[in-house]
Design a protein around this ligand. Structure first.
Ligand code: ADP
Ligand code: MG
Length: 584
């Protein structure tokens, strides 16, 4: 069930960005349009700007040396196209850049384009640049302090550039006093990981106080970079995402499966045309996709690469370029979410603490199910499904749990969460298979304050398989809905009437009221709430045939071990645990 490492699509090196285009000062008409003020707030901002310059210069290899958390020194060396001696001084002037394409800002494909980084760094530090723009080995060195040139002289160097930043913020004692080397180092580490994940075709080496802290191979494989950054354990958990083409964009990437998650979002790398970005809309869509499929509160190790034509993305909306604006953002967000669901939705969720461990391995053994596929059918026959081992139903405990036995273990199933999982997956399936017409449509009335808001959500509802029509005034008609076994009579007699039909309409109405969230995110939240409120409650006594039907339907879902909120629903008590507890 868990896919091994697969060959991922390598990320091609970007076309060399007009390498030796002359550096010129941006015309005022352009500089006025630039999102204001790239400021160097901390050492990590300098590292980011310098490494981005190296990437823009077509470097294949970038070496970063940090001392004293960057407060001592920062040095970034590359093997890129270099800067001609005659251009060195100009490169450090405000709004001087070689990157403005002839057809203007909209055609920018480089990471930089504002000509602000070097002057901003020079303003707060002692800056030294040694660079050579050809194969002669004869480079040039320019050293500056404040606005003054300290050195301007020949210096040997192979093609490429080395920038050294010393005494950063020393002229700003208040800011310097507020900085802790250790905290700055954390930021620098995160910055380099982000850059490296976004540029798998570039080799990054990070040295911290002469200790090798991180090295990537620069082979172009996004999965390999994640492994190099987050450790070898990641490799076995990686699942491919896409590639998918949508709205002129190409989406691809890798995600680590549920057995390898993290507490924070730091390992979520979203890259648009090679730029690490935090686009809120895309992040929200992705998060909504993994939330129900990963353990509660956990985040994935993930790299998504989006390639879009330059004219369809605006990178000039944020001072530090942390956000980008995409055309067709909703469509792309939806495709991203789908990609993540497709990859994670097939993975069994390993439950956290004993006695829950070992379940993933057990679920993975599909051969067990096959062995029993031809067993007799009868009320006592084991329930055989694709996703669970063959299980014999023993009964209900406390009107909350189903008790089953199989594979030398006892199993407890939370009846409410199991039904939730089933409803959630049926509704999601209806997004592709289309809704089912209800034999007897449901007519309902909405309070007048709510009616308009509800009417505005009808498209969103249709997108997830609920056909609702206005029936005049405040009355609506639910004509078609996804197959919801046990709620809307999906032809499964054993489950009929089990769930909360009333809860369904109430939830539709409540969420229609919820102004937060749009499109996929809203739809996803609606699905989770619908599943929750439609599912059979704990405390309800269930007849045997209904319990059997629940387990059968649960075993047919993609994630039979967690509910859509991410809570466990299936507990295994193995003989190992029993022998320990009983002292056998
Ligand atoms: P921007 O990157 O927005 O153009 P910068 O101030 O960062 O502005 O750099 C100014 C110019 O200096 C760049 O346009 C580029 O021509 C040159 N430059 C800076 N760093 C490098 C480098 N590592 N290799 C080659 N050229 C560089
Ligand atoms: Mg730059």
């Amino acid at each position: 069930v868990i896919a091994g490492p697969e060959p991922f699509e390598p990320i091609a090196a970007p076309p060399m960005p007009t390498p030796r285009a002359p550096i010129r000062v941006l015309p005022a008409s352009v500089s006025a349009r630039i999102a204001a003020g790239e400021t160097i707030e901390r050492p990590a901002s300098a590292v980011k700007e310098l490494a981005e310059n190296a990437i823009d210069a077509g470097a294949r290899s970038i070496r970063i040396d940090i001392r004293g958390g960057g407060l001592g020194s920062i040095r970034v060396g590359d093997d890129g196209c270099g800067i001609r001696a005659a251009d060195l001084w100009l490169a450090c002037q405000r709004h001087a850049t070689s990157k403005l394409p002839p057809d203007g800002l909209d055609a920018v494909r480089t990471l930089g384009f504002r000509g602000e980084a070097l002057p901003s760094i020079a303003a707060v530090s002692d800056l030294e640049i040694i660079s050579c723009a050809d194969e002669s080995g004869l480079g040039w060195r320019l050293a500056m302090r404040g606005g003054d040139v300290l050195h301007d002289e020949p210096a040997p160097r192979p093609r490429g550039t080395t920038v050294t930043v010393r005494r950063i913020f020393e002229r700003m004692p208040a800011r310097l006093a507020a900085m802790q080397p250790r905290a700055e180092l954390t930021q620098i580490g995160q910055t380099v990981r982000r850059l490296a994940a976004a540029a798998p075709q570039v080799q990054f080496t990070l040295w911290i106080d002469d200790r090798l802290a991180l090295q990537t191979s620069g082979g172009g494989d996004p999965g390999q970079v994640l492994t190099e950054i987050y450790g070898a354990d990641t490799a076995s958990a990686l699942l491919p995402l896409g590639p998918v083409e949508i709205a002129g964009a190409r989406l691809s990437g890798v995600i680590a499966g549920p057995e390898f998650t993290r507490a924070g979002r730091g390992a979520v790398h979203l890259c648009v045309n090679g730029r690490a970005t935090g686009s809120r809309a895309l992040m929200a869509a992705m998060e909504a996709a993994w939330r129900p499929l990963l353990p509660r509160g956990r985040h994935p190790v993930l790299a998504v690469h989006l390639d879009v034509p330059a004219g369809r993305v605006d990178v000039n909306v944020h001072p530090a370029k942390e956000e980008v604006r995409l055309r067709d953002e909703r469509e792309i967000a939806a495709a991203l979410a789908r990609m993540i669901r497709d990859a994670l939705g097939r993975q069994p969720i390993p439950l956290a603490a004993p006695p829950l461990t070992g379940l993933a391995a057990l679920l993975a053994d599909a051969s067990l199910a096959e062995k029993h596929a031809h067993d007799d059918f009868g009320p006592d026959a084991p329930i055989v499904t694709a996703g669970l081992p063959p299980l014999r139903l023993i009964g209900q405990v406390d009107h909350k749990l189903l008790l089953l036995e199989g594979d030398g273990a006892l199993f407890l199933v939370d009846q409410h969460r199991a039904h939730e999982r089933i409803l959630f997956e049926r509704m999601r399936a209806a997004q592709t298979s289309g809704p089912r017409q209800l034999a007897d449509p449901l007519l309902f009335e909405v309070r007048s304050q709510r009616a308009a808001r509800f009417a505005a959500r009808l498209d969103d509802l249709a997108a997830i398989g609920f056909t609702v029509e206005t029936f005049g005034g405040r009355t609506f008609l639910l004509r078609a809905a996804p197959d919801l076994p046990g709620v809307l009579g999906a032809g499964d007699a054993a489950l009929d009437g089990l769930g909360e039909r009333h809860g369904l309409i109430e939830t539709l109405l409540d969420l229609a009221d919820d102004p937060a969230g749009e499109g996929e995110e809203w739809q996803d939240r609606l699905l989770v709430s619908l599943a929750c409120r439609g599912a059979v409650r704990r405390g309800r006594e269930l007849p045997m045939p209904a319990m059997r039907a629940l387990v059968e339907a649960l075993g047919a879902t993609g994630s039979p071990a967690v509910c859509p909120h991410g809570s466990p629903l299936l507990m295994r008590i193995g003989t190992d645990v029993l022998s320990r507890q009983f002292g056998w």
